[in-house]
Ligand binder design. Structure first.
Ligand code: FES
Length: 135
């Protein structure tokens, strides 16, 4: 088996795995996340508090930690005056190693919005959660 690419390395372009069953839909409650593999690509599926599913690459852009082993949190925002507030409508996954955070809806890195994790399509079908490569 070919090891998955490391941080910053391109995906294995020969891997044509199109979709994978991640888990039973009932196994992922709001506020939970789970790691899986889509071929050689480590992925994670997040069910946000509103019940929606989001699929992201499960590999931190910093040093490659599995983000699915981190924590799901509301996003903290600082206003112009420096006041700190939590935005419960936006959720981030916090890396378990050094704390980098990513918006689970877009994959964007909170520390630099120009950087983003790859995203995958996720759907519920016949009581299963299925992740697919984006076309
Ligand atoms: S590996 Fe994720 S913040 Fe360092």
């Amino acid at each position: 088996m070919t090891p998955p690419p490391g941080p910053g390395e391109p995906a294995d372009e020969t891997d044509r795995t199109a979709s994978v069953v991640v888990c039973a839909a009932s196994d992922l409650a709001p506020g939970e996340m789970i790691g899986a593999r889509l071929g050689t690509l480590p992925i994670m599926v997040v069910r946000t508090g509103d019940g929606q599913l989001h699929g992201l690459e499960d590999r931190c852009l910093h040093q490659g930690a599995r983000l699915s082993l981190g924590r799901l949190l509301p996003e903290a925002e600082d206003d112009a005056a420096g006041a700190h507030a939590m935005d419960d409508s936006r959720e981030v996954v916090k890396c378990p190693w050094h704390g980098y955070e990513y918006d689970v809806r877009s994959g964007c890195a909170v520390f630099d919005r120009r950087l983003a994790l790859r995203t995958v399509d996720v759907r519920e079908q016949d009581d299963l959660i299925i992740a697919s490569r984006k076309n």
